[in-house]
Structures are given as C-alpha cells and as structure tokens.
Design a protein around this ligand. Sequence first.
Ligand code: GDP
Ligand code: IMO
Ligand code: MG
Length: 455
Amino acid sequence: MSSETVALGPTTMSNGGTALRSPAVGNKVTVVLGAQWGDEGKGKVVDLIAQEADIVCRCQGGNNAGHTVVVDSVEYDFHLLPSGIINPEVTAFIGNGVVIHLPGLFEEAEKNCGKGQSLAGWEKRLVISDRAHIVFDFHQAADGIQEQQRQEQAGKNLGTTKKGIGPVYSSKAARSGLRMCDLVSDFNEFSKRFTLLANQYKSMYPSLEINIEGELEKLKSYADRVKPMVKDGVYFIYEALHGPPRRILVEGANAALLDIDFGTYPFVTSSNCTVGGVCTGLGIPPQSIGEVYGVVKAYTTRVGIGAFPTEQNNEIGDLLQTRGHEFGVTTGRRRRCGWLDLVLLRYAHMINGFTALALTKLDILDVFPEIKVGVSYKIEGKTIPHFPANQEVLNKAEVEYETLPGWNKDTSNARTFEELPENAKKYVQFIEETLGVPIKWIGVGKSRESMIQRF
Ligand code: GDP
Ligand code: IMO
Ligand code: MG
C-alpha cells in the first residue's frame, strides 16, 4: 500500500483493530544536533526554539552531556534533563536511546530548581521512556577503572566523563542491562537481575566494591519516585505526532564527531549523536523528521583526547580558550581550541543533511586581526574528498586554510545581521557558501537575547 492510500486513522476497522496513521501526515519533529565535537551551544539554541515548543525530547547519551542555558543572567546547566524543561509550558521527554543515572537526574533537577522558578513542577512535566536503560553507580565506577587501565596498559586513556556511558551501553548491547520498565514493574525480578549484573561487574573488576543490598534499597526509593514519570515511550511519541498540532523539538547531546559510528573512533562516546539516533532513540519513522538544525561554534573545540586537525596549540588557541571560557560543563576540563574546520562540517552535513545551521560564539572572534578556516585536508600531498576514518591517518592530515580578514569590533550588541561588521558578515557568508547550508541564527553572547535570527 502506498503512503497515499494508507488510512488516516487511528480509525476502528471492521475487525475491531485500529489502523495507524500514515507517517506522511502528522506533526514533524525539529532536531537540533551538535556538528563538531560537542559544546557548540546546543542548550542555548534549544532554549530559544523551546520558547515555541510543546514537547522537548532527548534521544541519546546520558549525563555526559552538559548544556548551558542563560536566562535573566541566571546560568542553568542540564545534563540529562532536556533543557527545554526550563519553559514551564513544555513537556520534557527522555527517549529509549538515553541512559539514565537516577541519582544524577534528581540532583540535576534539584540544583537547577534552586536557581530559579522555571523548573517548578518539573516532576509532572517529565516523561521517561520505559525502554531507556539505567546507569548504575557501578557502571560509573567501572568507567573510571577502564580509564585507569587504559592509562596503565596503553599509556593513554579516552578522556571520558566517567559517567558510566561506555559501560552502560556495553551492558545494553550485551543484553544484560536493566531498563526503566524493569525497575517499575516487578522489583523482585529487578533485584535478581541487578544482583546478577553487579556480580558480573565484580568478577570483571575485582577492585570494584558493590554493596548490593544497599544499592537495591536506594533503587527502590528511586523506583517509587520515578514511577509516575515512566510511560511507554513509543506510544507517547506516536500520540504526540498524530494528535492535535504539537511543536516537538529534539535536543541532540554530544555531537557528530563523537558519534559511535561516524566520530573519531575510538575517541568518541557510545551512542549515535547523528540524525539516525533520533529515530532509534525515540521510536519514530524517518518521515516524521522535519527541520534538522546543526549547531556550529564559530571556531572548534574538543574536550578529551583524539585527533584535532585545526587545533591551535599556541597563543591563538589560548586566546580562543580564555575569551570563550572554554571549560567543560560536566567535568570542568579545559577545552582544546582551534580554527573552524569546514572539512569536518561538510562530513557532519553528509550524515545529518542539515536544513540550516546555528553559528554560535561569533563574538569570541571579535579581537582577531585575521581568521583562518580549514577548507581541505591533504594526505601525503594529495587533497582528499572525504573525512578519514582512521585516527593515525587523521593525525597526519595537513590542513589547508583560507585566511579571512577579522573585524576588530564588538559584535555582542548586534541584534540583526545588518548590524554586524562587514567582515563578520563575510565570514558567515563564506561558511554558508562553502557548506551550501543557510545560517539561520548567529550567536553573539550567552544570553537568550544575544542571538540574531535571519529568517
Ligand atoms: P552545549 O553542550 O552544546 O549545549 O554547549 P555548552 O553549554 O557545553 O557550551 C557552550 C558555552 O558557550 C556555554 O557556556 C554557553 O553559555 C556559551 N555560549 C553559547 N552561545 C554563545 C554565544 O553565541 N556567544 C558566547 N560568548 N557564548 C555562547
Ligand atoms: P555536550 O552534549 C563535549 C566526550 C568526552 C570524551 C568522549 C567520551 O555537552 O556537547 P563519554 O563520557 O561520553 O564516554 O566520553 O566524549 N564527550 C563530550 N565532549 N561535549 C559533550 O557533550 C560530550 N559528551 C562526551 O569528553 O572525550
Ligand atoms: Mg556541553
């Protein structure tokens, strides 16, 4: 049956069943994704769009993410909660692709509640998919032990956030993980499976101490608190897509170059942070995806280890780092800094098919007399059309730069594109033309107001 001939249901059929609505109709989700190595300013872009949204979803990752939102000079940081929850009209949804550390979730909510009124009633506005996997304290401890072992055995680690992300997605793939539906259904059965998994971890990591009884007691109290929030995620999002008109936003965590399949493996996270993760992490068909916005920082940063072709390990990198206050939101680590890399962005665009971009932190470039942009890579003297998969090859890539004139003017008060200095406009247009994607927003400061919207 073609999509045109599918019933527009849900309608009751003659046999008593229900015909599902065609994915070709219904509401579409708007997606916001990180296009570099994370910390592009996704939180701020989501906050802006969420002013007009009804539902804001997370579809992958866990509390390794750190998203900053600044409202009325108050700075909120979100790790597991969708940042859109700051809008009291929004329902926040944590999809099945997300991994949830329950103590982290409640701590985060309480910390942000202490900062302002916007999170009031958050427990009633949060829906958690019953298929989402749970991060236990021992996953986090194992993350730390694995990092230590990598350092001892290979002389270097991955630089993870130690939030248990690698271990919990490993448990999920090994089919020994536990999900929210297990926690809130039969606690005896949950306890048995938890004990099995904890004992597996103890045998894998003999130095790991797990107080199984104590952990179960804590988990029981979390189970009671979280139970009202846990729903069948597939049905929740299906209804949201096919009920009355709803504006649904998806907040990507981490970023394209940290994607488990497409990132700079092995220095990546353990989920799909590219557009495919939206379908698998929420349980929606591809036809339900509408706009896909890529968030791009006007230069490049990276936390942790791994290749970084345009890195500036010099006074330029230092200036970007200090002007941009480039410290990780989750771990407080200093971010490595370098020029914008259009090869990497072209690659992220091949995977995600961005319909438009948000270019953030343009104001940080205000003081540079000239600005370089990486436009191609050469390997052994030859320009390559693709982004290398292998780390050693990528480390050898020689970047070819275009040099653009700086603007030496403060842009932080600009509120329209026309108000930007001529050379700043040219910088924006150069990126648009090279990538062939329009830049819809330009960030010139931390606050909600410091965002130029062009169309
Ligand atoms: P995310 O993980 O992608 O949400 O980004 P982070 O919150 O980790 O890091 C982005 C940082 O840049 C935060 O401190 C934001 O407040 C800040 N920021 C976002 N957009 C802008 C901008 O346009 N200009 C400036 N100066 N800061 C910005
Ligand atoms: P947001 O959503 C920046 C990086 C870590 C490390 C690697 C693996 O704020 O952009 P993990 O703990 O996921 O196993 O760590 O991935 N990383 C991030 N870097 N921003 C993030 O998220 C990140 N999430 C993971 O620094 O190098
Ligand atoms: Mg961040």
